[in-house]
Write a protein that binds this ligand. Sequence first.
Ligand code: N01
Length: 533
Amino acid sequence: MTHGEADYDVIVVGAGIGGIYAVHRFARQGLSVLGIEGASGVGGVWYHNRYPGARVDVDSIDYCYYFSTQIWQQWRWTERFAAQPEILAYLDFVADSFGVKQRFVFGTWVTSAQWRGDTVRYHVTTSTGLSVSCRFLVMATGQLSAARRPEFPGLERFRGEWVRTSHWPERGVGLDGRRIGIIGTGSSGVQAIPVLAQYAKHLHVFQRTANYVVPARTAPIGAAVQRGIAGQLGDERELLLATRGGTRIPVGARPLSHFSPAEQVAILERQWESGGQAMNSLFSDQSTNQESNDVVAEFVRRKVREIVRDPGLAETLCPSSYPIGTRRLCLDIGYYETFNRDNVTLIDLRCDPIAEITETGIRTQTAHHELDLIVFALGFRAFTGALDKIHIRNERGAAPTDGWARGPRTLLGLMTTGFPNLFLPTGPGSPSVLGNLFLQNEFLMDWIGDCIGYLDARGFTTIEPSEAAQDVWTAQVAEAASRLLRLRVDNYMVHVNADDKSRVFIPYTGGFDRYVRAARDTAARGYEGFVLS
Ligand code: N01
């Protein structure tokens, strides 16, 4: 495709789950759209996170698009928790089905976006010299896409190979018979470790914080289930939009104390056997009541002690410093069993921190580990990383995150004051990483498309949140999280102010259902809380 025109109604940055649908949705509505993507293909995080073992941790039949019956009729998921190659193939299939790729330029990174009031446009520059402008800029760049860089002293000296799970090379990485070290035991590390161990001569796992890991129990999904959903897709979509997380994950309606100790164990055992994220939501009070949470957490620790044969090793793998569910619960396929292998060593960085990386491996305070390959699974500069990588400026020369020093400030996690026509779907203050990102992106791109239609029909050219409405929403986001145990635990979802140690929970935790109602009500009231001009 040649991009002859320089001006678009909408520019969408990113060809991941959100960007693919956004470009299709806005084009269908008759807007001129350009998508810009740095990678050479669609997929977003599923393009880059090709590490061995990568797979979704929400059921595939939830974690997919719901806007098209045609897709549901033509695509069949093979597994309950699809692996990365299948998800990438799906995104590619959807993009091809709706001619999305022709509307994208690939291999092109957006470098800056300058809002100008005189042209009422963002003027966008890119790494390839392409200059374009748009009335509306939609950042479909995701919240977990800007990876943390490894900053260990000595890394530049290392003579072996090093890679990041978040940018696993497309060419693949040789694993067979190598001495591999992996740093990081979050969702990515937990998925990669069992597979790396199968190939490595020896695998050294460098753990700073032990995570709660529960079985995924992936299994084939029957075609009948998928046909059933396809047959009533609109209803199924509305049902999902009315849930707390935008998924079919069951949520317990009763507190733990409602059940006898024997019943509690039976519920926990059943969940352990059936697998999946529901371990987080068996009892209605486990996310707010420490005693209830302790029962679930202790159950998982008991399982770790049963699986891992060496009692000392089991204790190091048992998470104890924070309640279960206050960081992302990890789903595994054979994670704890992996530590029973002779070719796997766990290094507890709490007792023996990394001192440096040497020419031939990693030196901790007490030992040197000889390595051929180091895998960094260190996570992301969440929420703001992808935005800050691009020089987005308003007419005052400010960046969108400049006003977020004491925690993000948005209206509905969608827009921030001072930045007309800049949309941040799934941003801070939306359910974001706590909600189904397919459904959430679909819902938000529809909301944005309808909003642009509303503005155009009434002759408005700009929209941005009023300061007052942004304050109210930011307070609602804080209020929703105020009783949660997870607010007290350090992790990428919590912003901690350095001076008074006050804490801000970044995603909206009031529930996907309430969020959808709030966003719909706002639109129905003529975009109440937004300033249209
Ligand atoms: O990243 P993380 P992730 N020295 O931030 C450690 C999604 N996701 O890529 O806990 C030593 O969770 C850090 O240690 P600590 C999902 O939303 C989903 O694994 O800070 N260690 C931790 O162990 C998830 O929540 C899937 O003490 C260091 C790890 O690196 C999100 O992405 C799969 C360190 C980072 O864990 C992020 O997951 C994968 C240092 N200097 C990811 N710095 C699915 O299943 C960091 N660490 C769909």
